[in-house]
Design a protein around this ligand. Structure first.
Ligand code: DCP
Ligand code: MG
Ligand code: MG
Length: 849
């Protein structure tokens, strides 16, 4: 399998691309393989779900057997180790000393781990199978600052943070850290779920007709679970621990456990006491009346996911719904034609049936439903309906003024979607007495006033909302959901557990992040990126080193930078190197780093990037002599020509005259005293500093030499070429389109290029036939497009060179050849080629030809 080189032939764009393609292909093969085994009744499990396993060297059982075991038990098998961080577990029988150092931060395990995991049908702790000696691990622990209470405290006593009762001490240097972090991060789960719901929507509604943009033609059902995480956590709790818990009476929260953790969701019994989602557990505890205890339950991510799937399945089965638009894991907007369901009664009937069904099929989870004839009304109605209810409010249906006033009076101003703290403040300043939406409706008589107060966009949005109508931007979800749901960026955000000391560890972490984002996320969505944003959170100068929340970010200053690659890519190496470079441009020392977020923007489909992506056949040049094919006549025994279709680099001219780069390097190494001095300097440094410094130099060199750097240079060249082309036109209706010669359109520059070429080749054997072929092509084009005067100038120039060089080189073979070219080709071309009457006249009069 490792000798499969068919891809190499198809995509010769470089090693990175080759391995990437190979990896994708192998992953696909592995999938098929698993399915085939499933079909013939082989047992499969998900023990190794989320594990990326690589086998290093000779093992017992062998590589192929381990491969089968991993694949059949839900793992990913890495056939090629592009970077150490790409694997979560490395399986090896033993490691040579050099590799021991190289892999010291990784989980290198005996093959027995795989066997035992399968035997016991669960993922066993890796520590018992590590083949790295205790000393290696010990050394890592000493460096691992995250287990020490304060960084300044150097005392030998290693005290885990008291608040970490429920959290295993994290180690951001562990290659598994990212995956572990994601496993526990609710925000990561929420964003992943949302993305996959959107993707499912796009796939399942493909081909569905878009809804026309007409006002009040639809009925919207906004459906949302009541205290979702809390309900699921309650239903799936360990009943032995809390046998008497009453969901309706006892305050319950879902959090990670410590006082300093956030409440993701609390039940309505807790809300009655003033506890809210997003509050800290410590704050919530202070709100409890005497004798009442707060029960905190852990996250039930898998059950949340399953409950949500049941919910969406039920909704998608309803025929009257034109769309079921996903808002989040616990919330959907169902759109239906008014005609399909006219009366309030029928609507209520539908809502009730849905609520019952959802409760039944999810084992007790309750949804509330808001119904309206616009998104904003449905959302407000949902607020009214909560908890455990239905509220229907439709502009068309309500003739009862009292009911209308009652409805609008039940909302505060910031209940309106899009109204946050700062908007609220502006509205308060303008209308100090207004508290409810009904009052706002009474005082605002035109849109203009609100536009002045809040700005055009928000002013319009708020004005329409208090009339129960949607603005265009909000309504996009109904009229153009596909565009709205299309994946526009891929990001990760690590805001917990980040405690680094050395740049090298951060580089490795960036490698892991990139591998995850590219190999898993971008590959999943089949995208490439051309813009990367790196955002770093740096501890505020006056913020405590260890914040209240265990391993949290605490107060931070954000720093961010964006790199536009210009060309879309999905090359892990390029992106990782660029991120390392970007990190170094931001003023955040490793010790002060508290959070990292990476975003890939400007995503394009891999399939759309054939000509531009680095992966697919390398950079395509903007200018190449597309109609030129290399002449097929046999090459003479001369060295290759200096001009080519792609030869755009002026320094590549006369390459054959230069010393070869390898020789140049050897020469440099042998005699450069600066280098010798540097080596000596390195030898005298303490090991740790030397390692850091060498790493830093290696990375900076890599950044400098990266494909991206070359790519950027190439882009610069293209931009220059475009500028060059534009400046060639006198104005847009100029009759002269530029003619290129070796990617140059500027005639003066072409002259100087040709001068150099003639001078050099006169001294030798004359021009190379390939070069001459391109030159003739250019001359012919000039003649054919009424630019004979330029050919004349070229002829003039070559003739002057010949005159000047007669004495010295008159007897050279090259000299004679140029004379022939001038007399037999250039001069006749001016007469023979197609040209119009005007040109004839011009030549007659001005040049006397
Ligand atoms: N969630 C979260 N963090 C956020 C927002 C949401 O963890 N910043 C999770 C917890 C919620 C779930 O998403 O349970 C759904 O969010 P909702 O806003 O719908 O909140 P609830 O369902 O908990 O309460 P409500 O009854 O108000 O809908
Ligand atoms: Mg909810
Ligand atoms: Mg919700």
């Amino acid at each position: 399998m490792s000798n499969d080189n068919s891809n190499q032939i198809n995509k010769p764009s470089g090693r990175g691309s080759y391995f990437y393609n190979k990896k994708v292909k192998q992953a696909e093969q592995d999938k098929i393989f698993r399915k085939q085994y499933e079909k013939i009744g082989k047992k499969t499990t998900t023990i190794f779900k989320n594990c990326i396993i690589y086998v290093n060297g000779h093992t017992i059982p062998g590589r192929l057997q381990i491969h089968d075991m991993v694949i059949l038990n839900g793992g990913n098998f890495l056939h090629h180790l592009s970077s150490k961080g790409a694997a979560t577990h490395i399986i090896a029988n033993s490691l040579p000393p050099k590799k021991r150092i190289e892999f010291k931060n990784y989980k290198v395990l005996k093959p027995q781990w795989i066997i035992d995991c399968i035997k016991q049908e669960k993922l066993l702790p890796w520590q018992n199978y590590s083949i790295l000696s205790k000393d290696d691990t010990q050394q890592n622990l000493v460096l691992d600052r995250s287990t020490v209470t304060t960084p300044i405290n150097n005392s030998k006593q290693v005290v885990p943070n008291q608040q970490s009762k429920t959290n295993a001490p994290p180690n951001c240097k562990d290659p598994n850290f990212l995956i572990d972090y994601f496993k526990h991060s609710r925000l990561h789960h929420l964003s992943e779920w949302k993305a996959s719901l959107r993707q499912n929507f796009i796939e399942s509604y493909k081909g569905t007709q878009l809804l026309p943009h007409l006002e009040t033609n639809y009925t919207i059902l906004h459906i949302d679970f009541d205290c979702f995480f809390a309900t699921v956590a309650y239903l799936f709790r360990d009943k032995r621990k809390t046998p008497l818990l009453d969901f309706d009476k006892d305050p319950i929260v879902v959090c990670h456990g410590s006082k300093a953790s956030d409440i993701a969701s609390c039940n309505y019994a807790a809300r009655k006491l003033g506890i809210k989602n997003g509050m800290w557990v410590g704050t919530a505890e202070k709100m409890l009346p005497n004798g009442i205890k707060l029960t905190s339950l852990p996250y039930e991510f898998e059950n949340i996911d399953n409950t949500s799937k049941t919910f969406y399945n039920i909704l998608q089965a309803v025929d009257q719904f034109h769309y079921v638009l996903p808002v989040s894991i616990d919330e959907a907007i169902c759109v239906m034609n008014v005609d399909a369901m006219q009366s309030k009664q029928t609507l209520r009937g539908l809502c009730n049936a849905l609520r019952q069904r959802i409760k039944l099929e999810t084992g007790g989870c309750v949804v509330s439903v808001g119904v309206g004839d616009s998104l904003v009304l449905a959302r407000l109605a949902l607020k009214n309906a909560k908890p455990n209810g239905i509220s229907i409010f439709d502009n068309d249906m309500n003739d009862d003024q009292d009911e209308i006033i009652k409805f609008w009076s039940s909302f505060k101003i910031d209940d309106l979607p899009g109204v946050g703290r700062s908007t609220l403040k502006k509205l308060h300043e303008k209308y100090p007495k207004v508290k409810t939406l009904q009052q706002l409706r009474e005082v605002v008589d035109d849109m203009k006033t609100l536009k002045v107060c809040l700005g055009n966009k928000l002013g319009e949005k708020v004005y329409l909302a208090i009339q129960g109508k949607d603005d265009d931007e909000s309504a996009r979800i109904i009229y153009d959901p596909f565009d709205m749901f299309e994946r526009k960026s891929i990001s990760i955000d690590v805001n917990w557990g980040i405690r680094f000391e050395f740049m090298g560890d951060i580089d490795r972490f960036l490698d892991v992040c990139t591998a995850y984002m590219v190999d898993q996320k971008m590959a999943e969505y089949k995208k490439c990126t051309s813009s990367i944003t790196l955002k770093l959170m740096k501890r505020c100068a006056d913020a405590p080193v260890d914040p209240m929340k265990y391993m949290g970010m605490g107060r931070c200053d954000p720093f961010s930078t964006t790199s536009r690659l210009g060309v879309p890519t999905n090359d892990v190496g390029i992106i990782a190197t660029e991120l390392k470079h970007m990190f170094r441009t931001l003023p955040v020392p490793p010790l002060e780093l508290r959070g990292i977020s990476i975003q890939f923007n400007k995503l394009v489909d891999v399939n759309d990037t054939k000509s531009t992506s680095l992966k697919k056949g390398g950079l395509s040049l903007l200018f190449h002599n597309d109609e030129v094919t290399t002449p097929t006549r046999p090459e003479s025994n001369r060295s290759p020509g200096i001009f080519s279709e792609h030869n755009s680099d002026p320094h590549r001219k006369y390459k054959r005259l230069r010393r070869s780069p390898i020789k140049e390097k050897q020469y440099h190494e042998e005699t450069d005293p600066q280098q010798q001095y540097q080596e000596q300097f390195f030898k005298e440094l303490p090991t740790q500093i030397r390692n850091d410094l060498q790493h830093e130099i290696a990375i900076t060199t890599k950044i400098k030499d990266s494909k991206l750097k070359r790519m950027k240079d190439e882009l610069q060249r293209r931009e220059k070429a475009i500028r060059n082309m534009n400046s060639h036109f006198m104005n847009s209706d100029s009759i002269f389109a530029p003619i290129k010669f070796q990617n140059e359109t500027h005639f003066k520059k072409i002259c100087s290029m040709v001068t150099d070429w003639v001078r050099e080749s006169i001294k030798n054997k004359g021009p190379h036939p390939r070069d001459l072929y391109f030159f003739k092509k250019y001359v012919n084009k000039l003649c054919d497009s009424d630019r004979v005067h330029l050919v004349l100038r070229l002829a003039d120039m070559i003739s002057t060179i010949l005159n000047l060089m007669t004495d010295q080189f008159g007897s050279e073979e090259g000299f004679a050849e140029w004379e022939t070219i001038l007399i037999k080709f250039i001069l006749p071309s001016m007469k023979q080629n197609k040209r119009n009457f005007q040109m004839e006249r011009k030549l007659d009069i001005e040049y006397d030809i």
